[in-house]
Design a protein around this ligand. Structure first.
Ligand code: NAD
Length: 424
């Protein structure tokens, strides 16, 4: 089994060598600042008590408050959360935004919980996180199998905790202070202080990069396969389809569908929304998730989980470009094989950076009391993500290194300048 944290450290060491990173800085980045491992007790609908395992890893805050999602998934464990928190540090530095890296999660399959159980779990998780998060300390967001509704429950627990502390201390809660509490979470619903454009931001960032590649490489009607049909994958499918690209395959946790002539993405979205899955559309061939990764397409978009392209299957990947909307979908062994075969993989820390960038915009809007239009948000995102991509693409050519190592090198140079915890 691939350990995502070990993979993350291998990626770090490879890039550190390229830029001759100071050994002390390297050592600091290899270890998270703080690990919170908590029990999350939940009263189940049948009256029993169930205890879930929860995590929050605060990896690094040299650039700003820890920032990163909360994931609910049955296989969440400490090594996964540590890796995801580390990648957030790198991702924020790649985008050049003043935020650090954090990540959290609960080991649970939320699909097996009732709405009431999910709410109690989220409020309880919010309660145990509350003393350790805050708008200027650590700012969570949604991730796999979590959404704005869950974030709102977590946020409400945090606000209740803070209000109680202020009340107990005999001070008055200032209106400005209360407003600022909104900024403890991003990815909120619009009527709860969310930002316009946040729901599409992750895919949008990856799509801007894909557009650039297609322009530069003169691909006329690229064929695209997308693994994962949630926030990131479904939006990416819609954007590609609207742009006239041919989305030939998509998948979710239950498997995939494939049409070499191109799928009608509107129909697939309707199917997902009405049945909860993408299968069952008349006349459309069904395939396994593993098959999707090996299809003969121009562009492959992993948008589900980590470790899906490994030493085992990388040799069979036929796509010319990979846009990593998921975090950690390609292992270091696979990276070497893909590079040898001339497959360009745009790394997660760049390709899905749209999500955290617009989360940062949401945080800025909450703290300043502003509200930006979707057009403003997406333009600002484009102004960050496209130059970041161009710098990294150029560096990879100049230094003859893969795009991941180039992205890490850019991030590490920035982090090195910010390192204040040791006298370097
Ligand atoms: P989501 O919960 O909205 O969707 C996840 C999708 O993956 C679903 O379609 C699900 O069916 C599918 N899936 C789950 N298990 C699978 C399996 N074993 N095989 C194939 N598909 C499977 O989550 P999301 O927010 O779209 O996140 C997807 C990926 O993108 C994650 O790696 C996440 O960390 C990353 N990401 C998300 C954001 C964001 O803003 N949502 C930002 C950056 C990175």
């Amino acid at each position: 089994m691939n350990n995502p944290f070990k993979n993350a450290i291998k990626q770090l060491e490879k890039a550190a060598q390229v830029i001759n990173l100071d050994n002390k800085v390297l050592a600091l980045l290899k270890t998270p600042d703080r690990i919170l491992q908590v029990k999350v007790p939940v009263k189940m609908d049948d009256g029993s008590l169930k205890i879930f395992e929860g995590y929050r890893v605060q990896h690094n805050n040299w650039a700003g408050p820890y920032k990163g999602g909360l994931r609910y998934y049955p296989t969440v464990d400490l090594d996964e959360v540590k890796a995801l928190a580390f990648w957030m540090t790198i991702k924020c530095a790649v985008a050049g935004i003043p935020m650090g890296g954090g990540k959290g999660g609960v080991t649970v399959n939320p699909k097996e919980l009732s709405e009431g159980e999910l709410e109690r779990l989220s409020r309880e998780f919010g309660k145990v996180l509350a003393p350790n998060i805050g708008p200027r300390v650590d700012v969570p967001a949604p991730d796999v199998y979590t959404n704005s509704k869950i974030m709102n429950w977590v946020k409400e627990s945090f606000i209740e905790y803070r209000k109680n502390i202020i009340k107990e201390s005999g001070c008055d809660l200032k209106e400005k202070q209360e407003k600022e509490f909104e900024a403890v979470i991003t990815g909120k619903a619009l009527d709860q202080g969310g930002s316009k454009g946040r729901d599409r931001a992750t895919a949008m960032g990856g799509f801007y990069i894909l557009q650039k590649i297609i322009e530069n490489q003169n691909l006329s009607v690229p064929t695209v396969a997308i693994q994962g049909f949630g926030n990131a994958g479904m939006t990416m499918a819609e954007l590609c389809s609207e742009a006239g690209y041919r989305v030939v395959a998509v998948s979710d946790s239950k498997g995939g569908i494939y049409n070499p002539e191109g799928l009608d993405i509107k129909k697939v979205v309707e199917q997902k929304k009405s049945t909860g899955g993408i299968k069952g559309i008349e006349g459309i061939k069904e395939i396994e998730n593993a098959e999707l990764l090996e299809l003969n397409v121009d562009v492959l978009v992993p948008a589900a989980l980590e470790n899906v392209i490994t030493g085992e299957n990388a040799e069979n990947v036929k796509a010319k470009y990979i846009i990593e909307l998921a975090n950690g979908p390609v292992t270091p062994e696979a990276d070497d094989i893909l590079a040898k075969n001339g497959v360009k993989s745009v790394p997660d820390v760049l390709a899905n950076g749209g999500g955290v960038t617009v989360s940062y915009f949401e945080w800025q809007q909450n703290l300043s009391g502003e509200s930006w239009t979707e057009e403003q948000v997406l333009n600002k995102l484009k102004e960050i993500i496209v130059p970041a991509f161009e710098t990294i693409w150029q560096l990879s050519i100049e230094k003859q290194i893969d795009l991941r190592t180039a992205a890490f090198a850019v991030a590490l140079e920035r982090l090195n300048k910010l390192c204040y915890t040791i006298d370097t």
